[in-house]
Design a protein around this ligand. Structure first.
Ligand SMILES: Cc1cc2nc3c(=O)[nH]c(=O)nc-3n(C[C@H](O)[C@H](O)[C@H](O)COP(=O)(O)OP(=O)(O)OC[C@H]3O[C@@H](n4cnc5c(N)ncnc54)[C@H](O)[C@@H]3O)c2cc1C
Length: 438
């Protein structure tokens, strides 16, 4: 279908954020008597789920050390829980298992969970963690784990299914999602207001507001909006770190083993929580080769056709070819050995799983901001950007907040993610996690 030549609200990107924003905006317009979904269009150069949302491992958790991330994630989990069937959400919980260096972080996270009413349990000490894990998984055998944060909310969702669930919700509100429409440029008024978007399907006038939710293509849109590619960052201590790249790319390394998924079940045959294990215990392959004796980490979940997960991402640099997405740039050739060794280290049921490793459509590149946290903000008078720094499949609730902002409300949950923080020094605290997104 050809897009109209004018629309009050234009959303670019049919990933989790663009679709969630469009759906919630349509609801806001309808319930406030301001309009309806027919005032909203979504444009995607390929199709819904063609970006990071369609490749995400799908993990939904609230193990965030940063208060603002934790509070926002609670709102996101609320959205997942609001319609598990449409979102293909599996509320199996999430376990973060860590080594000594992570104890204080996870204790702080747990305290905050208690304060905000997010259901989780903290277990401290190697023996207690081991006993808790063995009750669920009798063959648990990971070493060097002294802390466990067991989230009884969270879990995972099936990536493409949840995207399509959101498309269905958009359509039910009267929003039209246009696939195969690429945005090439913006036309602006003197005050920076974007008046029209130039697309592969023609010019579309923006009546009210434009939302950009381009996922890994964030840097490209940043350039289209004329924003600086290098910035100075004021730290909370007041020093200024000069000339930092605003955007860098990381490659998310993920893979899967082809097994009967039910072999990964809890002792009573139930669906297992998502597991994230970090430890400094030496890691060996099943045939006794040392993989690493430094802190390492993996995550894994039961999938439809096996067990899927990943490990720490690799930096790719300031520039990367994204199309066709996902590019498999800079994958560590030893990733499969490491990930399978780590699965086997954690549970004996995975011994020998290296032979079952699949080269499936897993992994891909993500775009990260200068402090690795999202930018959710107006970047022009009528252009709201949802740039999640690769945190965001789980952040389905961001669109609900953005929709409120678009109709004129303040969002206390989004405010800590304004672009201005780099100038004012209101940065988010940094944890001891080896991952850029914790
Ligand atoms: C391998 C991998 C695993 C991940 N695992 C998880 C996870 O387990 N849990 C989690 O919470 N997060 C995860 N993430 C992060 C998460 O996937 C992203 O943060 C999130 O999906 C981004 O959503 P989005 O809607 O912003 O972007 P996307 O889903 O990338 O959507 C952007 C859309 O914009 C379109 N587009 C781009 N340029 C244009 C243009 N010029 N014109 C029109 N359309 C355009 C693209 O086609 C695309 O469909 C993972 C990321 C990767 C890469």
């Amino acid at each position: 279908m050809t897009p109209p030549s004018r629309s009050p609200y234009v959303v670019v990107g049919a990933g989790i954020h663009g679709l969630s924003t469009a759906y919630h905006l349509a609801k806001e317009l309808r319930t406030r008597g301001l309009g309806s979904g027919s005032d909203v269009i979504v444009l995607d150069k390929t199709a819904p789920g063609a970006g990071a949302s369609g490749i995400a491992c799908g993990v939904v958790r609230n193990n965030y050390f940063q208060p603002a991330m934790s509070e926002l994630m609670q709102a996101c989990v609320e959205v997942w829980e609001s319609d598990p069937a449409a979102y293909h959400y599996n509320p199996v919980g999430y376990m973060a298992l860590g080594a000594g260096v992570q104890e204080s972080d996870l204790m702080a996270v747990h305290e905050r969970h208690e304060r905000i009413g997010y259901r989780s349990e903290l277990i401290l000490g190697e023996a207690a963690v081991d006993a808790h894990m063995k009750r669920l998984f009798p063959d648990w055998r990971a070493k060097g784990v002294t802390v466990l944060l067991h989230e009884h909310q969270g879990g995972f969702a099936f990536n493409m299914d949840s995207v399509l669930g959101l498309v269905g919700k958009c359509v039910s509100e009267g929003v039209t999602v246009h696939s195969g429409v690429e945005v090439h440029a913006f036309e602006s008024a003197a005050d920076g207001t974007v008046t029209a978007v130039d697309t592969s399907a023609g010019r579309i006038e923006v009546g009210e507001q434009l939302v950009v939710a381009p996922g890994p293509w964030a840097k490209h849109f940043w350039g289209m909006l004329g924003l600086p590619m290098r910035i100075d960052i004021r730290t909370p201590a007041g020093d200024v770190v000069k000339d930092r790249p605003m955007w860098t790319y990381w490659n998310l390394q993920e893979g899967e083993i082809k097994v009967d998924p039910t072999m990964f079940a809890t002792a009573d045959g139930g669906a297992p929580p998502v597991i994230h294990l970090d430890t400094d215990a030496p890691l060996y392959t099943d045939d006794g080769k040392l993989v690493t004796d430094e802190l390492w980490g993996i995550y894994y979940k039961r999938d439809r056709n096996g067990v899927q997960g990943g490990a720490s991402p690799l930096t790719v640099g300031d520039d990367v070819e994204l199309d066709p997405y996902p590019q498999t740039t800079n994958v560590d050739p030893d990733f499969a050995d490491m990930w399978c060794a780590a699965l086997s280290h954690s549970m004996s049921r995975f011994e020998g799983c290296r032979a079952l490793y699949e080269n499936a459509r897993s992994g891909g590149v993500g775009a990260f901001t200068a402090d690795n946290f999202p930018v959710f903000d107006y970047l022009r008078p009528n252009v709201y950007a949802v740039l999640d720094s690769n945190h965001g499949y789980k952040m389905i609730g961001v669109g609900r907040e953005v929709a409120k902002v678009l109709v004129g409300e303040h969002s206390a949950l989004l405010y800590p993610f304004r672009f201005e923080r780099f100038e004012t020094g209101d940065l988010h605290p940094v944890s001891h996690s080896p991952y850029p997104w914790s």
